[in-house]
Design a binder for this molecule. Structure first.
Ligand code: SAH
Ligand code: SF4
Ligand code: F3S
Length: 459
């Protein structure tokens, strides 16, 4: 562990240099960690005088911040690259320069620069600091453009994304560590993100204080395993308690927790700290112990159910969401039924379900991907149907309740209404001319459609 402590970046107006006026556009795929990283990438480039544009058609540089978690995620990016190259060929120009950042850059490296879909620049997740230099060499014309690749993990890569680039009243993302030391057998993330490296708690505190100074009131602490955070004697419960003390900060959320780190003292802390929102996203992946063991998840179905019961005792109004993989190698009908039983037992607010996708080089790639595609499809539909039925019952039971919720943004429909979010992460659409983004209101629930509730403002 280094004592590396970068300054909070303050965006300068940008000294005019050779890159001045070069327009870049960033497209983000994958998880919230990439959303945060894209902000950091934009910060580095803006600071060097590049101009950010929202429209890829007018960009001189298009950066794709990519995800490798499933094959489908990679295919989407590969076809996007093909699309940009076709536009470029029609124009007959070398612009836009195409760069790939993120997990695909790390996994595929130089291969991405080859062939008819070859890109100009490949920059891995720990190399964004070098991006302005790498790009300058491609766009300033001082050198014959050759494609460039920078990948590999570094210990000093903890990034701070300028919070000014994020809508002030939404939940500000704050990455608290990078990488992952778990080795779930299906997962590519430990390979793409590298080992777990913590951000110094002092830096996290300064980052959040800065967010509050510019008007932010809520943060979402991010990491592949935030619950495994450890800095000397400080664990995640301790980190939450210290962040809780920051004046002006009103709400703290976090993503993602790992069930095997959800110790009672952490749940006690979450229950006690009133700024910490009572919502736990705790991916279980499967309800079958046999499958969990082969996934190397380090908990049993019983342990998961026990921790849900404990959390319900000590965290008032807690809600749960989870991820599920169906069709893991060797998953039988009985294994799958055990998973549906867990969905029924826990009563999640929301579940995210995925068909198993074999990733190259991960430990599970040695197992035969033997659940036929049609069966994966049918299990995915079955688990979603089970959840839909359960959720309808839960949501019907909420009608007539009164909830405290924060105004997040204008709702798309009906016109003039707001989207509010409760501490336990339920979305409510309500109309009220008197409200503004960031206000806290009491809403009475009048109905729902899927996971969105409708309500009227009671005070
Ligand atoms: N760190 C988090 C999430 C990692 S990726 C955790 O530990 O839970 C987000 C989700 O993608 C996972 O929870 C899992 O459900 C899914 N996923 C990961 N690898 C996958 C694969 N090879 N095939 C299908 N889904 C996968
Ligand atoms: Fe992947 Fe497991 Fe790490 Fe989550 S905990 S990122 S699923 S290896
Ligand atoms: Fe995807 Fe990488 Fe996130 S693989 S889920 S973008 S950590």
């Amino acid at each position: 562990m280094t004592d590396f402590l970068p300054d909070i970046p303050v965006l300068s107006s940008g000294e005019p240099d050779t890159t001045a006026g070069v327009r870049f556009h960033v497209e983000t795929y994958g998880c919230q960690m990439n959303v945060y990283d894209s902000q950091a990438i934009a910060g580095f480039l803006l600071d060097r005088g590049y101009r950010r544009v929202g429209d890829p058609d007018v960009a001189d540089v298009i950066l794709l911040n990519t995800c490798s978690v499933r094959d489908h995620a990679e295919q989407k990016v590969l076809s996007r690259i093909g699309e940009i190259r076709r536009v470029r060929d029609v124009r007959g120009l070398p612009q836009p320069v195409i760069g790939v950042c993120g997990c695909m850059a790390e996994r595929m490296g130089e291969d991405l620069t080859r062939g008819p879909r070859g890109v100009d620049l490949v920059v891995g997740v720990d190399r964004y600091r070098d991006l302005p230099d790498l790009l300058a060499a491609l766009v300033d014309g001082s050198e014959t453009p050759v494609s460039r690749t920078a990948t590999g993990h570094r210990d000093d890569s903890r990034l701070v994304a300028p919070p000014e680039l994020y809508p002030v009243n939404n939940s500000h993302l704050v990455t608290i560590h990078t990488g992952c030391d778990y080795k779930c057998t299906y997962c590519i993330v430990p390979a793409t993100r590298g080992p777990q490296r913590e951000k110094d708690p002092e830096l996290i505190a300064r980052e959040i204080e800065h967010i509050v100074r510019i008007g932010g009131r809520e943060v979402t602490l991010l990491g592949q395993n935030v619950t495994a955070y450890r800095w000397g004697d400080l664990d995640f419960a301790g980190l939450l308690a210290s962040i809780h003390g920051i004046d002006g900060l009103e709400r703290i959320r976090f993503l993602t927790g790992h069930p095997c780190d959800m110790h009672p003292h952490l749940m006690d802390g979450i229950g006690r700290l009133d700024k910490v929102c009572p919502w736990l996203h705790l991916p279980i992946q499967s309800g079958s112990d046999r499958v969990l063991k082969r996934m190397k998840r380090h908990y049993t179905r019983r342990q998961y159910l026990d921790l849900v019961a404990y959390a319900r005792r000590v965290i008032p109004e807690v809600t749960f969401s989870s991820d599920f993989i169906v069709g893991f190698p060797g998953e039988t009908e009985a294994d799958f039924n055990a998973t549906v039983e867990v969905v029924e037992a826990v009563q999640f607010d929301q579940i995210f379900t995925f068909k198993y996708s074999e990733r190259p080089g991960v430990p599970a790639a040695k197992l035969a991907d033997d659940v036929p595609a049609a069966v994966k499809k049918q299990r995915l539909a079955a688990i979603m149907a089970a959840q839909e039925k359960i959720w309808k019952r839960i949501a019907d039971g909420c009608v007539g309740q009164r909830w405290r919720a924060v105004v997040e943004k204008p709702a798309r429909r009906p016109q003039g209404s707001w989207m509010l979010r409760t501490g336990n992460n339920r979305k409510v659409i309500a109309a009220s001319p008197g409200l503004a983004v960031g206000d806290v209101a009491t809403v009475e629930i009048t109905g729902h459609q899927y996971t969105t509730f409708f309500g009227s403002v009671a005070e």
